[in-house]
Design a protein around this ligand. Structure first.
Ligand code: SF4
Length: 114
């Protein structure tokens, strides 16, 4: 089986071709540097994403948040449920931790709310 991906690690956007057999990577081609090979392996075997969203604060205001590191892609829905169920205490400042230990990440504020 062949899978094609565009490397998103840098703006060059190399077109990657990954040869797979029984879920194992046989080869990666099209990458112009080793980071592209690693990206292809991660994306095929353990895809991860940074989650960005908003969380409700006391008094009903919303503040933007994100996970401070990527989480497994298949946990994004569960992560959103945790964020939607949370209420941040005011004041909130950029970098404040809103939720601890969400699939190995913390959810931090990317905005301010007084
Ligand atoms: S393979 Fe290397 S050069 Fe190509 S897009 Fe990825 S990081 Fe950039």
């Amino acid at each position: 089986m062949t899978r094609e991906l565009t490397c998103i690690i840098c703006p060059r956007g190399c077109a990657l071709k990954i040869e797979l057999e029984d879920g194992k990577i046989l080869s990666v081609s099209g990458n112009s540097c080793p980071r592209g090979e690693q990206y292809a392996k991660d994306e095929c075997c353990n895809p991860q994403r940074t989650v960005t969203s908003t969380v409700r604060c006391e008094a009903g205001r919303m503040v933007s948040v994100k996970t401070d590191r990527p989480i497994p892609k298949d946990k994004m829905f569960d992560c959103m449920e945790r964020i939607n169920a949370a209420t941040a205490k005011l004041p909130v400042h950029i970098g404040d931790v809103i939720l601890e230990d969400v699939f190995g990440s913390r959810v931090v504020a990317t905005g301010n709310a007084e």
